[in-house]
Design a protein around this ligand. Sequence first.
Ligand code: PXG
Length: 441
Amino acid sequence: MSDRTNVAPNDLGAFWMPFTANRQFKKNPRMFVAADGMYYTTAEGRRVLDGTSGLWCCNAGHNQPRIVEAIAKQVSELDYAPAFQMGHPKAFELANRLVEMTPEGMDHVFYTNSGSEAVETALKIAIAYHRARGEGTRTRLIGRERGYHGVNFGGISVGGIGPNRKAFGTLLNGVDHMPHTHIPENAFTRGQPEHGAEIADELEKIVALGDASNIAAVIVEPMAGSTGVLLPPKGYLDRLRAITKKHGILLIFDEVITGFGRLGSSFGATHYGVTPDMMTTAKGLTNGVIPMGAVIASAEIHDAFMDGPENMIELFHGYTYSGNPIASAAGLATLETYKEDGLFENARDLAGYWEDALHGLRGLPHVIDIRNEGLIGAVELTPIEGAPTKRAFQAFLDAYDAGILIRTTGDIIALSPPLIMNKSHIDELIGKLADVLKNLD
Ligand code: PXG
């Protein structure tokens, strides 16, 4: 048997990296070895400004003392408690803190370990809810083109990103998709676009074809992040809410990105003033430090399950790590950090400066659209003919060399910096991005 404990650190073969061009990466790896505040440190000792909060998750920046301390304390106090038929205080406390932040009536928290699991959980709850109320024919699920709901089977089925679906067989049956809301009239809009509320009416057509009595739920991101920051047109989410309510269909907001201050409010639901029946969250829930996700459900949904004999398990669903003590401790410290440091307020206060800085990139080579809301932004580039994604990926590589971390999806550059940011960080991020864009082929 060979001794694999002394594998050289530059042996990169064994780790099959997620959503990464493995061979390309391993030829020229980009490694982070430390992080603090707004900056990463690379293996070569360079500082890189985090323009993406890791993967849209480190909303409170890196190395936050409250979170670091809470995790260290928890791991030595209670490292793990069984998630089924046993409890520990912090999971309950975190659930209480969470429901305080959500719109009125969103009262119950089901823990998962990721956004993908939160989505699967919400879809399962939706179907089981209708069945519990005697409407077992309501099983169809409706997503939206360009939607991203994680990578598990339910999530890719309701999701609307072709490459995430095409290699994976038949997916779930009984899924329809609404059209996306990204229309050319809205190019270079600052904040929420004016045009497109009526796109929500397409849901009526799907209902007419499939019949409301067969439909369990509609799932959308209030603002579609992963697909390149597609903002909801003014009035669109209200219309979706009205149509779903009219037909007894549950509305699920996938708030994995829009949760925890990204838009300048606690959630997309609060920001846009539209209350869904369930919300899925993850990422910023623990500042990305420890994996955790959660579904937040209305009292009505939860209560529909609380029937029958009390010794019966009400929902046959859950994970070994649901409400894990370390994750719960990290979650509590994260929410405290958001509150005590006024980070959602900071995001709100900086949003105007951020918007002006971003839209200052208009007119640079290849830029065909700029979008923003809260502390989120996107710069869309014209693709190279015959080589989509290549131009934006080159911008990503150049940006990394220039000392800023950006994220690209297709030919869109997405930005979602930590909410601890200040104006000088915005100047650095957007200034360096402008230089990258000026020199991009
Ligand atoms: N729903 C939404 C709306 C998401 O954005 C997930 C579910 C899945 O979460 P997990 O924790 O299973 O990854 C997400 C995740 C990117 C990017 O750069 C986006 C996500 C993840 C990684 C990268 O666009 N979103």
